[in-house]
Design a binder for this molecule. Structure first.
Ligand code: FNR
Length: 191
């Protein structure tokens, strides 16, 4: 069974990306995945600095990296900030990309060769498309295999009903398709 972590790039109360992440978790579990819900609010991650890294690698950065390393695939759900991913998410990705122990600079042991999928909810009519283009490129840079399916939820402030379900059928269908492909690819790579 594929092990997948879901990482939401917003800790805002009432976050639309958290709502989308919750739907993605259900869809992954429906596909038989063992899901780890990564709440970045529970990780004490300072802004990356080389000096900090050299002095004392933060314990929570190590914990996050180990959590990622234990997965077969990662699903990132990020808001779009000024056309890119949220700094919260980028900082988490950056810390977990750093070598630890005897690893080489390019070990990328939390990421290399694993499957990834991406989703975004945005209050704009474009649904965070520019942010996902950056996120796809970032994940390719850290040697992840990003599946072609992705999910955009535009007009996010009006997209969810009071039970947290999506009102429109199309993004809801895409969540299921994306979850199915991610579980399939992650499982095949791990086999
Ligand atoms: C935004 N937002 C935003 N939205 C968008 O579609 N494109 C963008 O470039 C930006 N830029 C941006 C910059 C900054 C600094 C903030 C704080 C916000 C709006 C963003 O989509 C909105 O706040 C979402 O609600 C954030 O996601 P969560 O927190 O609801 O998950």
């Amino acid at each position: 069974m594929a092990k997948i972590a879901v990482i939401v790039g917003s800790t805002r109360e009432g976050s639309f990306n958290r709502a989308l992440g919750s739907l993605a978790i259900k869809a992954l579990e429906a596909q038989g995945a063992i899901v780890a819900d990564v709440d970045l609010a529970t990780f004490d991650l300072p802004l990356y600095s080389a000096a900090l890294e050299a002095e004392a690698f933060p314990a929570d950065a190590q914990r996050l990296k180990q959590l990622f390393a234990a997965q077969d695939g990662l699903l990132f759900v990020s808001p779009e900030y000024n056309g890119s991913v949220s700094p919260l998410l980028k900082n988490a990705i950056d810390w977990a990309s750093r070598p630890t122990g005897e690893e080489s600079l390019v070990a990328l042991s939390a990421y290399r060769g694993k499957a990834a999928a991406i989703m975004s909810a945005s209050i704009s009519p474009f649904g965070g498309l520019r942010g996902l283009m950056h996120l796809r490129q970032i994940l390719a840079t850290i040697q992840m295999l990003v599946i072609p399916e992705q999910v955009l939820v535009p007009n996010a402030h009006a997209a969810f009903d009071e039970d947290g379900a999506l009102k429109e059928a199309l993004p809801a269908t895409l969540i299921g398709m994306t979850a199915a492909r991610l579980v399939k690819v992650a499982g095949a790579i791990a086999a």
